[in-house]
Design a protein around this ligand. Structure first.
Ligand SMILES: NC(=O)c1ccc[n+]([C@@H]2O[C@H](COP(=O)([O-])OP(=O)(O)OC[C@H]3O[C@@H](n4cnc5c(N)ncnc54)[C@H](OP(=O)(O)O)[C@@H]3O)[C@@H](O)[C@H]2O)c1
Length: 237
């Protein structure tokens, strides 16, 4: 297993950080990108290759892909494209720039990464982190659209790459990473239902690495609450 290489975007915080910690802890080789500088990573961040770059520009996405190709020497077993952002606000509160920034990060960067990493992913897996918001979520039309489009992209690419590489779009339910608050959503009783990032990371990693599985999967309450790691060690998940 030590030989397998996993690439994560948005690995410096939130779900991506838990994916990095978990994959590292399971003995995989891991490399990741993040927006924050190295100095802002947690003290216990694993000693792995890390690139600080902003994925909301084409140059940033291309830089990340080229860096990952260089680090991997041309072979990546699993790319977990996880970095994303969005706002909880009505369309009229957006600006032309904020619209395109969200689409650039949540959709276009992932397309650029998939395009450039394609040769390295031969025989491997591309896992796109979507959202249950993909079907349309009140209060966040732009974010929901970006995830809906990502779902369509993954679905099309899964057909195109079938037999060559596995493409999966994994749609998590709400996770307690603070993303919703940063997006501008006011806390309410529903926050208590948000799932633990660690528990979600277990399910996402398992779904991405499984030999068999559907191209598109929702990862929400049932799967997370009944994951064996959570049942065995409640405190840690
Ligand atoms: N949280 C939820 O309730 C929820 C529900 C369903 C799906 N998801 C999806 O799950 C994934 C992880 O979400 P999360 O909850 O972990 O969110 P998060 O805590 O806000 O983390 C998002 C990650 O993306 C990175 N990022 C943001 N803007 C970036 C940029 N311009 N360039 C490069 N990296 C950037 C962040 O880096 P820095 O922290 O360094 O800025 C961070 O590591 C996302 O795809 C999200 O859409 C989340």
């Amino acid at each position: 297993m030590k030989d397998k290489l996993i690439f994560v975007t948005g690995g410096g915080s939130g779900l991506g950080l838990e994916l990095v910690r978990l994959a590292w802890g399971r003995g995989y080789r891991v490399m990741c990108t993040g927006r924050r500088g190295v100095q802002d990573l947690p003290d216990d961040f694993p000693d792995i290759p890390y690139l600080c770059c902003d994925l909301s520009s084409q140059q940033g996405a291309q830089q990340a892909a080229d860096w990952a190709l260089g680090q991997s020497h041309g072979r990546i077993d699993c790319a977990l494209l996880n970095a994303a952002a969005g706002y909880f606000r009505p369309l009229v509160a957006e600006t032309a720039t904020s619209l395109s920034d969200v689409l650039a990060l949540n959709l276009e960067a992932n397309m650029i990464l998939a395009h450039r990493l394609a040769p390295a992913l031969d025989g491997g897996t591309l896992a796109l982190i979507g959202s249950v918001a993909r079907k349309g979520a009140a209060g966040m039309p732009v974010y929901a659209s970006s995830k809906g489009a990502l779902d369509g992209f993954g679905r099309a690419l899964a057909e195109e790459w079938r037999g060559r590489a596995c493409v999966r779009v994994l749609h998590p339910g709400p996770i307690a990473t603070g993303m919703a608050a940063r997006a501008g959503r006011k806390p309410d009783f529903a926050d208590r239902l948000f799932l633990s990032p660690r528990a979600m990371a277990h399910c996402v990693l398992d779904a991405a690495l499984a030999r068999k599985g559907a191209d598109r999967q929702v990862i929400s309450y049932g799967r997370v609450l009944f994951h064996p790691a959570r049942l065995l060690r409640r405190g840690a998940t």
